[in-house]
Structure formats: structure tokens, C-alpha cells
Design a protein around this ligand. Sequence first.
Ligand SMILES: NC(=O)c1ccc[n+]([C@@H]2O[C@H](COP(=O)([O-])OP(=O)(O)OC[C@H]3O[C@@H](n4cnc5c(N)ncnc54)[C@H](OP(=O)(O)O)[C@@H]3O)[C@@H](O)[C@H]2O)c1
Length: 330
Amino acid sequence: MGFSSLTALAQELGALEMAEPVHLSVFTTGAAQVRSEALPYPEKSTVAGPCGVIPREFPMLTCATIDIELPPPPSFLASLRGDQAPEITSRLLKEMLAEPGNTIAAWRGDMRFEKSWRSLAVPAASPETSSAASTGTSTGANTGASSAAKPDLAGFKHGGTYLITGGYGGIGLSTAAPFMQHFNANVVLLSREGLPARDSWERYVASHSPANRIAQRIRAVRALEALGCGKILPLTGDVCNSAEMRAAVDQAETTFGALSGVIHGAGVIEDGPILAQTRGADCPGSRPQSHRVAGAGRAVPGWHAGSHAAVLIFLDCYPARRTDRLCRSQ
Ligand SMILES: NC(=O)c1ccc[n+]([C@@H]2O[C@H](COP(=O)([O-])OP(=O)(O)OC[C@H]3O[C@@H](n4cnc5c(N)ncnc54)[C@H](OP(=O)(O)O)[C@@H]3O)[C@@H](O)[C@H]2O)c1
């Protein structure tokens, strides 16, 4: 089952007055990654969104996901000998007849893997972290400059250029500050509404209320620039529009040189329970996050709200597919 059919099924089951608990076993192929193997269909991973949420919202439902590996068909010579592909039906039946639970499992060959969690100790806060966390910013802008402890960000380039989509959001501004402070990086902040021309900022801020969205953005950019390291380029563009994104990348590279990385922080959250979800023509919650990351079509089409978990899982899985491709091409 896919994301939409599973969500619709949960809505129908949830609307029934069920006397007995119901268990759903959701089988997929190529939708989960075991260790560092290829993840050929990251868009299929979106079923994990409703599978994770359904048991929490519907006490009578349990939901297990099982990613299976289809056995390869016998070679031409083997088929001439009458060889058959290995039989996996009994394995699937065993999964379906198992004690109902909200398990996440994957079969690879004869091996069964089941996802589990283990706790990790949170490292004690260093004096630098504690004092930075307790210091507010004088501008009131959410630049994240207050949490100035050097983060463990191996792999980021000193003096590099980073494009941050959703650049004026909580995530965008909090990400921009450490890039500038610790990596002396140039930061490109991109959002749909953007900012007016720089030479009008002074007048704009003076003539608008402190609560004005654009005035807040201008103050946030100024607070970042006041850090004294790296430069900021504010750009306008919609991540769902590939022409606008191409133009933004061109402009960023013309200004600062090649991009060192892109932080995808654009998004609109519209959350709610599965029973309240509707299937609309558009999905602001998932659109920015999944659409142009994939570059082709929708990973989660048209569902409001509950797609959030699915989109985030997709975003985790998509780089796994790309990583595998890069590894194979080397
Ligand atoms: N905050 C959290 O703790 C948290 C945790 C996990 C995940 N997230 C996810 O991270 C994303 C950002 O969260 P946030 O808290 O930073 O949100 P936010 O404060 O509401 O900011 C969203 C930013 O994205 C921009 N934006 C929205 N749609 C866009 C589009 N199509 N193209 C370009 N820019 C767009 C907005 O500016 P314009 O309106 O001008 O475009 C704004 O700058 C959300 O999708 C959220 O689900 C957030």
C-alpha cells in the first residue's frame, strides 16, 4: 500500500466502531535501508509516516511494516533447467500471523532485521554552551547567535557558501548564525517573500511596526551581519519552482562562487490528526520539503497535515539513494 491508500484505510477503519483490534501488515520493496545498502525508492519510504502515526491515533489499530527483498528470477540457463525463484510466501504468512505489534522489519535474503531503539547519553553541557544558552540577543531577532558554542559540524567548509531555503524561518536563521560565526561562511537566505532593496531597509524599519514580518527579517539579517564574519545575500524564490531555484543558484554563485552546500529549511507546517486530514489539490506542508528535493513529482501528493512525518522520512531517505549512486559511480 502507498501513503495515500494507507491513510485512507486508517480513516475508514478509524470511523468504524470496532469490537476487536485490527492489525495492518504493510509490505514494501525497496522502501527501507538496511545498513548502507541501496535505497532505490525513497518515495516509497513515505508509508512509514502513517504506519508510525496510525497506532498512536487509533488505539484499536496496530501497524507493522515489513520491507522485503524479492528473490531474483532464475537465470536463463537455470530456467531451462526448470529452477524456480526461491519461495518467500511462507515468510510473508509468518509475518502476517505474528503477534500483532508496531514493528518495523526488513528481510534481506534469509536474514530478518527489526528496528529497535537504544538510549544515548546526552553529553554534559560545557560552560561555554550553558552561558551562551542563557544569553539573549539584544535585537530580539532569532538569529541563533545566542547559542554560540562551537557545534560539531565536521564537513562544512570554512569560507564556503551555503544556500538556506526558508532562510528567515526559525530553522533558517538558527542555521545561518553558526555558519557565519564558526565557518566565516557566506550565507544565501532564500524565501518566497524576500526583502526589499537594501537601500530602503532603514526607511522600511523606521516606518513599520516592530511586529511587521519584513521589518523583523531586516533586523534579523542586520543582527547576522553584525556578527562581523561572512556575508549575507537575501534572495527571493519558491523551492517548488525549479526556474526560480535555478536563477537563485546562479545569482548566489555569481556573487560568492560555487555553493558548498544547501540547507533545506523551507516549509509550512499544517499538522493535525489523520481523521481530520483532507486530500486537497495542494499540500503546503509537504510541498516545499519533498517536491523539489526529489526534483520530480510529489513524494506525498495532496494530503494535508499527517504527511509531515512521511515527508521528513522521505527527506532522510532521499540522500541515502543519492549516496548510493555516488558510491557506485566512483
Ligand atoms: N522549527 C522546528 O522545530 C522544526 C522541527 C522539525 C522540522 N521543521 C520543519 O522545518 C521547516 C521550517 O521550519 P521553521 O520553524 O523554520 O518554519 P518557519 O519559521 O515558519 O519558516 C519557514 C520559512 O520557509 C519559507 N518558505 C515557506 N515555503 C517556502 C517555499 N515554497 N519556498 C521558499 N521558502 C519558503 C518562509 O518564508 P516565505 O513565507 O517568505 O516563503 C520562511 O522563511 C518546516 O517545514 C518544518 O516542518 C521545523
